[in-house]
Design a protein around this ligand. Structure first.
Ligand code: AMP
Length: 419
């Protein structure tokens, strides 16, 4: 039996890798522009980290984690998201003692045992930011502006930003209570998942994608009317800053996000072209997580975006995404002697910084020219026995087939390229 890849995983073949690399380059450049520095944490952690950070009652932790026991009897999980690991590492490495305000970002693989579908994988790549140490509404607005700029720079044109405030530990209980009162008499109209959520995590009902549940929620109380003064003030400042920065957004009173830790501002980036799985990213404030992990009371905000889903949306929008790998030249050889000389020349030219390639299959002249074309090489260097006798090479420009003889010397050839 042939061994195949695991359901929900993806092979990224070279053509697509180039697309990822170009997107990752843009990602890193834009992060740097906003002062975010990259942090890399382990792919597996103690399961407890996600139970505590992401939240026991979330779908991710209750249903989707890849967990296992190692030889030492420790319960470990592949990371389903980045934030808990960053906060753990931030505290474990005393980053909070080094600087009051830190801007961190990550990029890496995440693992969730979900039902695979277009844009939903079991192994996928997320990039995310965590701005730790400031409660200023400016940071809320800046993370949204940064997220949109990255998406835009990667090539996504149509992105809708939805925003809401989920309050804080002071105003949330009363909101939960009013939602409970509203839903109590309508429980039998909700899906089974929402019936369970009613007991375990009532806010998640607002997030349910089922049409029947959405209908029930139509007149449900919204956060807006239940926020305490501090949360109200914070939210209106964030919205004002966004408006003044010309960022368009939609208020979505039912946006709560799937994770437990959010406080105040939450937001999502939506690509309308994607269909069912239309969120390309999302985030919000989590002012209590550092404290929850045993650190001091330090506010924080962050977002995470899915790279595969973004690239899918870019493709659907029909944008030419990236330039393919560039080759300066391709060395064409004729026989065993010229082939060895070609190999040595190849290495020398690479040392001089040229991007070049040759044939390794003893192919005919015609096949080598075809290969040079396939790679998009700008020039071909022909090493024929005729040329060798005169200690020369033929340099051929592929775009107009013009060619000239050049001395067979690395410096001469490089000089020609520079010219
Ligand atoms: P979340 O961590 O659930 O807030 O997700 C943030 C972003 O990660 C989403 O908006 C998606 O773009 C991406 N994402 C989440 N789950 C998956 C998945 N199973 N497959 C692919 N991308 C995902």
């Amino acid at each position: 039996m042939k061994i195949q890849k695991i359901k929900g995983t993806k092979d990224i073949l070279p053509d697509e890798t180039e697309i990822f690399l170009a997107a990752e380059k843009v990602l890193r450049e834009t992060m740097a522009k906003y002062g975010y520095r990259e942090m890399r944490t382990p792919i597996f952690e103690q399961t407890e980290l996600f139970r505590k950070g992401t939240g026991e009652t979330t779908e991710i932790v209750s249903k989707q984690m890849y967990s296992f026991t190692d030889k030492g009897g420790r319960n470990l999980s592949l990371r389903p998201e980045g934030t808990p690991s960053i906060i753990r590492a931030y505290l474990e490495n005393n980053l909070h003692k080094k600087r009051t305000f830190q801007k961190l970002f990550y990029y890496g693989k995440m693992y969730r045992q979900e039902s695979p579908q277009s844009g939903r994988l079991r192994e996928f790549q997320q990039f995310g930011i965590e701005a730790i140490g400031s409660s200023s509404p400016q940071i809320d607005a800046e993370t949204i502006i940064l997220g949109l700029e990255i998406l835009n720079n990667i090539g996504l044109r149509k992105v809708e930003t939805q925003i809401n405030s989920v309050g804080c530990e002071k105003c949330r209980p009363s909101y939960k209570e009013s939602l409970k009162n509203f839903l109590e008499s309508k429980l039998n109209l909700l899906c089974n998942d929402c019936k369970r959520r009613f007991k375990t995590n009532i806010l998640r009902i607002l997030d349910c994608k089922r049409e029947t549940c959405k209908q029930v929620l139509k007149n449900a109380p919204t956060y807006e009317n239940n926020l305490c003064n501090e949360c109200k003030d914070h939210f209106s400042k964030v919205l004002d800053l966004l408006k003044k920065s010309n960022v368009s957004f939609t208020l979505n009173p039912y946006l709560v996000r799937g994770l437990d830790y959010y406080t105040k501002t939450v937001y999502e980036f939506i690509s309308p072209i994607l269909g069912a799985q239309d969120a390309v990213g999302g985030g919000g404030r989590y002012d209590k997580m550092v404290e929850l992990f045993g650190g001091p009371s330090i506010p924080a905000i962050g977002f995470a975006c899915g790279m595969e889903r973004i690239l899918l949306a870019v493709e659907k929008e029909g944008k030419a995404r990236v330039q393919k790998q560039h080759f300066d030249c391709y060395i064409v050889t004729m026989d065993e002697t010229t082939d060895v000389k070609g190999f040595l020349l190849l290495n020398e030219l690479r040392k001089k910084g040229l991007i070049c390639e040759k044939d390794y299959l003893n192919r005919s002249l015609k096949a080598q020219m075809k290969d040079a074309n396939r790679l998009g090489a700008e020039f071909v260097i022909i090493l024929g026995s005729e040329e060798l006798r005169k200690n020369e090479v033929t340099l051929r420009r592929m775009s107009d087939s013009s060619q000239k003889r050049v001395n067979f010397s690395v410096d001469e050839i490089v000089k020609e390229f520079k010219a």
